[in-house]
Design a protein around this ligand. Structure first.
Ligand SMILES: *[C@@H]1O[C@H](CO)[C@@H](O)[C@H](O)[C@H]1NC(C)=O
Ligand SMILES: *[C@@H]1O[C@H](CO)[C@@H](O)[C@H](O)[C@H]1NC(C)=O
Length: 301
């Protein structure tokens, strides 16, 4: 197992070559301050997902909850241990049901992404009826999403009907970003009338290219925000069969500008693959942010 882990690390190191003098490449667009500000509510929602269900259920989770003061909670769950916390509610300003999925810290996540014990596997038929069997995800991420899937679905259905909306926005950071993406696919399949949007932060690669293609073809909008030299978004490696869907928005290392990166696994200058060519040049401290000034995590009241 150690040998396998070393192989993975060696492959990661040789997979990229750093080029310090990068020219700005076409296809990358820099977001305006106003375009960056659009993400602020979602960043706080992703951060609030780290708070226990007994705080999110009455929206008493401190700064993260106060940042979206009009939110109306519908349900919450998880135990923050075996089952990641989650919550569902309605945002009257965004006119969308919000689903938040808790993530984890890098010390727990990195082993899951580099220990070579994980594999790509089908999504459960019972939860994803009719999904093409070539669509596969990381087994651990699939299991984490399945843990809360039925409870989340019931709460989302309740919210869509109570607030007469079709909009569902699923958010999460880190492992929570991976769960959010699978959760978005799940809700899109289960509720055909819904328009599903996903916003994630520091999200690892979740599935294979068939999964990434499915996400690009079916979800209303997907944005995964990657911060500077955070190494989580370059894991698991593409050479292991993993792929990112389109929609990377990268916070550049050199000037902290947010840029929209073209296509799946963008190799454009100023996007993650170029900024973090291998895990050794990555910086785990960038995983938690700041994302436009916001560090992710449950903050005491
Ligand atoms: C939220 O619920 C908890 C118990 O679950 C309670 O202690 C707390 O006072 C409540 N907070 C608000 C703002 O209602
Ligand atoms: C709230 O939930 C957390 C985690 O599930 C638990 O540790 C804590 O004891 C709970 N607090 C209350 C007041 O029930």
């Amino acid at each position: 197992m150690l040998a396998q882990a070393l192989l993975v690390v060696c492959a990661l190191v040789s997979a990229g070559t750093a080029s310090p003098l990068v020219a700005r490449q076409s296809g990358v667009t820099v977001l305006s301050d106003a375009q960056v500000d659009v993400y602020t509510p979602y960043t706080y929602y992703a951060s609030a997902a780290y708070c226990p269900g007994n705080q999110t259920i009455n929206w008493s989770c401190g700064a993260n909850c106060q940042a979206n003061p009009k939110f109306v909670p519908i349900a919450s769950g998880g135990d923050g241990d075996g089952v990641q916390f989650w919550y569902v509610g309605y945002d009257p300003s965004l006119k969308s049901i919000i689903v938040g999925h808790q993530g984890t810290d890098t010390s727990k996540l990195l082993p899951v992404l580099t220990d070579a014990n994980f594999f790509l596997t089908d999504l459960e038929d019972g939860l994803f009826p009719g999904l093409d069997s070539d669509v596969q995800v990381h087994n651990g991420f699939g299991e984490s999403q399945a843990d809360s899937a039925r409870d989340v679905l019931a709460a989302v259905k309740k919210g869509l009907s109570a607030y007469s909306t079709k909009a569902v926005t699923v958010v999460g950071h880190s492992l929570g970003g991976a769960i959010a993406l699978i959760s978005g696919v799940f809700l899109d399949i289960q509720i055909p009338a819904a328009t599903v949007k996903v916003v994630t932060y520091g999200q690892p690669r979740v599935g294979n290219s068939a999964f990434a293609d499915w996400v690009d073809a079916h979800l209303d909008s997907v944005v995964h925000i990657t911060n500077k030299k955070d190494l989580v978004p370059i894991l698991p490696g593409r050479f292991l069969g993993f792929a990112h869907a389109s929609g990377e928005t990268h916070i550049r290392e050199d000037d902290s500008k947010w840029v929209s990166c073209p296509g799946q696994d963008s190799t454009a200058d100023g996007c993650t693959i170029k900024d973090v060519p291998n895990i050794l040049v990555g910086d785990a401290n960038d995983h938690g942010g700041p994302y436009d000034g916001i560090r992710i995590g449950c903050k005491a009241t």
